[in-house]
Design a protein around this ligand. Structure first.
Ligand SMILES: *[C@@H]1O[C@H](CO)[C@@H](O)[C@H](O)[C@H]1NC(C)=O
Length: 419
């Protein structure tokens, strides 16, 4: 092939790039069909707020993330709890239900420690067979999978959902950490190289903490360029893959990334942005109508790569237990240090049985406003998250069961909510 291309380009006076471009057939028609999906949060990467029982059952309040889950309890106990969790939290039936709900993608977070654990790191392994099963089940039910590296060595953001809850995350400032991440990306790419129809897109790192400053952004940009090569040119040859690279905006305005990974040497790139309205005092103080207005006026323009809203939620408070971390309260009811009380969390999270009909109407309207906005301005969306033990406001499954999420995501009750 390469020699043919060289020959053809001499003969026809063409550059090589258009020939390569014409061969690029991603496993999902990004840009012409909308991504509609859910995240499989809290499965292969633990999150205290998604499964508070796993953490409460330890009886040890020092256990706040997956690192301490392995560190502060008997290894056999921890391993048994994880195995049972991996076996039950998401099963093939979930993939069937997700497909039946008219969705076309799942985003599946995985931590680096599923692939490689360094000396002194207390992580417990065993996730990989479930990752493989998930891809098999997705294929069987016609769903596409975004493999999403959600935790890197040293932690890229210090969030508990990176594996390690830390004040000063250390991924970006330590070249060993970054090299380990590069190697894991190569492993992930080779694991799924022959299944690009089911894994058409890979996200090399979730939410690097770009707000921490230029050093993080510099490391992140270089890592995006390096993982572009790994994902798009896995053989290091002129024969590119069909896999799309999904990079994250690192919490920068989209305009920060204008021109990044564009031009004749780049294609098959998508940008991931995450949109929540609950992680500041000002946002939880917004009225329900303010939340809907903010969703409607979300601007997603300015990039010429595909844009996917890879995380968002119809929640309008941070009331979900442990959402801000195990042992940390909520801004909404003033129980988080540094917040001022907006109101009671009663009836706003937990079981949908406690939700008023007007709150459920709000959830439907807010959900629809976001779907409309993200499909209009972007190439689709994935809600965070498919299920949660006791935070139905965040749960796609609970939304379907209780009527604030339609059985078909295009079947809107409020199609004109954004005017
Ligand atoms: C860098 O990270 C590695 C683990 O990936 C660790 O072993 C090493 O001590 C770190 N180096 C520094 C200077 O912190």
């Amino acid at each position: 092939m390469p020699s043919f291309r060289a020959f053809a380009s001499v003969l026809l006076g063409l550059s090589v790039a258009p020939l390569v471009l014409s061969a690029f057939v991603p496993g999902f028609p990004y840009g012409s069909e909308k991504v509609r999906g859910v995240n499989l949060g809290g499965w292969l990467v633990l999150e205290p707020w998604i499964t508070p029982s796993l953490f409460d059952n330890t009886g040890d309040t020092r256990i706040v993330d997956e690192w301490t889950f392995g560190q502060y309890q008997d290894r056999n106990v921890a391993e048994a709890a994880l195995q049972s969790h991996w076996n039950t939290w998401i099963t093939e039936a979930d993939f069937a239900d997700i497909a039946a709900a008219g969705l076309n993608h799942v985003r599946l977070p995985i931590g680096y420690w599923a692939f490689e654990v360094g000396p002194g790191e207390p992580y417990i392994q065993g996730q990989l067979p479930y990752l493989q099963k998930a891809v098999t089940w997705a294929g069987k039910h016609g769903l596409k999978v975004i493999i999403d590296l959600h935790g890197a060595p040293g932690s890229q953001n210090g969030f508990d959902n990176s594996g390690e809850r830390l004040q000063s995350p250390g991924w970006h400032s330590n070249a060993t950490n970054v090299h380990r991440t590069d190697a894991i990306m190569q492993t992930i790419v080779s694991m799924f190289a022959s299944q690009t129809n089911v894994v058409p897109i890979i996200a090399p790192l979730n939410e690097p903490a770009g707000y921490d400053g230029q050093a993080v952004l510099t490391t992140t940009a270089q890592y995006w360029l390096d993982s572009y090569q790994t994902i798009r040119n896995p053989g290091g040859t002129s024969e590119p893959s069909n896999t799309v690279q999904l990079i994250h905006d690192a919490f920068q305005p989209l305009s920060y990334w204008t021109g990044f990974e564009t031009g004749p040497n780049f294609y098959g790139v998508a940008m991931d942005t995450h949109i929540y309205q609950v992680f500041s005092n000002a946002e939880v103080a917004m009225s329900p109508q303010d939340h809907i207005n903010a969703a409607c006026s979300t601007s997603l323009t300015g990039l010429n790569v595909w844009l996917i809203v890879g995380e968002w939620s119809p929640a309008r408070t941070d009331c979900a237990t442990y959402l801000n971390g195990r042992g940390v309260g909520a801004r909404y009811d003033g129980s988080r240090p540094g917040s001022s009380r907006v109101g009671s969390c009663q009836g706003l999270t937990g079981s949908a049985k406690t939700f008023s009909s007007s709150y459920k109407t709000f959830l439907r309207q807010f959900w629809e406003a976001q779907v409309i906005s993200y499909e209009k301005g972007g190439d689709g969306w994935l809600q965070w998250t498919w299920k949660a033990e006791s935070a139905d406001d965040w749960s796609y499954q609970a939304g379907l069961a209780n009527g604030w999420i339609p059985q078909d995501p295009t079947d809107l009750k409020y199609p004109n909510i954004c005017g």
